[in-house]
Design a protein around this ligand. Structure first.
Ligand code: FES
Ligand code: FES
Length: 163
């Protein structure tokens, strides 16, 4: 088997490995690095459960080969924790707002929301809905997820009916 060497930074730590050219980043993250917070749902780019940050931008890890991130920086949901191991403000907002039920979509939602929050461009709840439109959730109905992200963003606009 033809194995290729890769070197990347995952959640701030340098990772070096030899991988098959066809190995998906999602499988590399979960099976080789043991970072199982990144979930795999549809495996063809639709559900968003596998979303990670590559170079600070959201990407479907199920549509990315591990060799494509050679020399790059990857962030997964495990990297969102505070240095002392506590939940980040965004994660705490999801907990406080009941922004998850089964949790399958949650890591992808959190990574998408992280990119959105870092961009600093959230002005309305509609901005949040637009940003998470590529992440599917079968449990929550989305409103509590929007509540959580809005809370983390310090958005004063409240959900109709929740005032
Ligand atoms: S598992 Fe990657 S988008 Fe669904
Ligand atoms: S919390 Fe179950 S899919 Fe979103």
């Amino acid at each position: 088997m033809n194995m290729l060497p890769i070197s990347l930074i995952v959640n701030g730590e340098t990772v070096e490995a030899a991988v098959e050219p066809r190995l998906l980043l999602s499988d590399f993250i979960r099976d080789h690095l043991g970072l199982t917070g990144t979930h795999v749902g549809c495996e063809h780019g639709v559900c968003g459960a596998c979303t990670v940050l590559i170079g600070g931008r959201t990407a479907r890890s199920c549509l990315t080969f591990a060799v494509q991130v050679d020399g790059m920086e990857v962030e997964t949901v495990e990297g969102l924790l505070e240095p002392n191991g506590s939940l980040s403000p965004l994660q705490a907002a999801f907990q406080d707002s009941h922004g998850l039920q089964c949790g399958f979509c949650t890591s992808g939602m959190l990574m998408t929301a992280t990119e959105l929050l870092r961009g600093g461009s959230i002005e309305t709840r509609e901005d949040i809905r637009e940003a998470i439109s590529g992440n599917l959730c079968r449990c929550t109905g989305y409103e509590t997820i929007v509540d959580a992200i809005a809370g983390a963003a310090g958005l004063s606009e409240t959900r109709k009916g929740a005032e």
